[in-house]
Design a protein around this ligand. Structure first.
Ligand code: F42
Length: 334
């Protein structure tokens, strides 16, 4: 089978701007096709880092993965992404999602009607990207009387919807050029594919119109112990934040997660990380040697993904794990 899988990296901009920029430059050199930067107000600015990356790279696609419609009005986001598109010579992609409930709540923002907010944002983005303006838009969450952007985009700007829930996945199937699914196990993707297909069918589109991305938690190293050690804290946070339906899908009881979540809540990291089981690691990340990771990525490709994102932690050391992936994983999909 000829693989059509494309590869991406995800960076959380917690390091200095120059460290993340250097990693992005290396990601391009190592052959990754996309660089997604996460967006949370408590980290460094997603758009400042994307601008730097646009300046210091030539080929890799760049975008927020994902921004949300609650902190920034979608018209402003459309204009910002078109600016990034200009700056990067047509390499901008836009990831949009409902936003992280916990960080939004800290600002007193309720995620009111998340499905409508993401749907209407996507409609606003598409209209502005395609025509440079929008008029008389009346949705449930947003209304735009008249807005015109005074410049044109450089390339096509695909919109990716970050989705886990059934309705959001269906929305991505019906409206998105892509979907970013925060998961790492084939069982979650089988479920997601069913929902995406529903959306595709309803909108009279083809499945191949949607780039289906596994936004996975990955830890690759030559030694499994090192890979596991780096993955454990990330998996602890994923498990604590997973809805019961997702835990149950992997045979993990809600009861068994309570001590872990309680320890995390108190900032008792040794106890929380110590409560991470092999079962949890298997369900919520792809970890191991390059060969082990390759097998797991191939299993996801079989289910139907078309983009694979090396998400946090990537490995014990991001730079060397990206290089390892580039030399020993990506060639299996060439
Ligand atoms: N969030 C961030 O804040 N920053 C990031 O950098 C980020 C990256 C990211 C990458 C990939 C990814 O998949 C998600 C990512 N997220 C990030 C999280 C993202 O922002 C969302 O929080 C996450 O995807 C969860 O969204 P969800 O798809 O599970 O959707 C939620 C909101 C949900 O409840 N969905 C339901 C569903 O079935 O899909 C729909 C709920 C519904 O129908 N709501 C009604 C409506 O109109 O919206 C209202 C119902 C009512 O009673 O009010």
């Amino acid at each position: 089978m000829v693989s059509k899988l494309r590869f991406a990296v995800e960076f959380v901009p917690q390091e200095t701007y120059w460290q993340t920029t250097a990693l992005g430059i290396l990601a391009e050199k190592y052959g990754f096709d996309f660089c997604w930067i996460t967006d949370h107000f408590n980290n460094r600015s997603v758009y400042i880092i994307l601008s730097l990356l646009a300046n210091y790279t030539d080929q890799i696609m760049l975008g927020p993965g994902v921004t949300n419609p609650y902190l920034i009005n979608p018209v402003q986001t459309a204009s910002t992404i078109m600016s990034l598109d200009n700056l990067s010579g047509g390499r901008a992609v836009l990831g949009i999602g409902a936003g992280d409930k916990i960080t939004l709540n800290l600002l007193g923002i309720e995620r009111d009607k998340p499905l409508s907010a993401v749907k209407e944002s996507t409609q606003i983005f598409r209209t502005i990207f395609d025509t440079g303006k929008i008029k008389d838009f009346k949705g449930e969450v947003f209304s735009v009387e008249k807005a015109k952007v005074a410049f044109e985009k450089t390339g096509e700007i695909p919109i990716y919807i970050g989705a886990q829930g059934p309705k959001m996945l269906q929305l991505a199937g019906s409206l998105g050029q892509g979907v970013l699914i925060n998961a790492s196990h084939p069982t979650d993707f089988q479920y997601a594919m069913t929902q995406i297909k529903k959306g595709v069918t309803e909108a009279n589109r083809k499945l191949s119109d949607v780039d289906i991305a596994a936004y996975a938690s990955v830890s690759v190293d030559k030694k499994i112990e090192n890979a596991t050690k780096a993955a454990t804290p990330v998996v602890a946070f994923i498990v604590a934040g997973s809805p019961p339906v997702v835990l149950e899908r992997h045979g993990i009881s809600v009861e068994s997660v309570k001590p872990l979540a309680k320890a995390l809540g108190k900032g008792d990291f040794p106890t929380a990380f110590g409560a991470v089981t092999d079962e949890m690691l298997e369900a919520f990340c792809i970890r191991g040697t390059p060969d082990e990771c390759t097998k797991k990525i191939k299993a996801l490709e079989k289910v139907g993904i078309t983009q694979f994102v090396f998400g946090s932690p990537i490995g014990p050391k991001k730079r060397s794990s990206m290089e390892l992936a580039s030399k020993e994983i990506l060639p299996h999909f060439a």
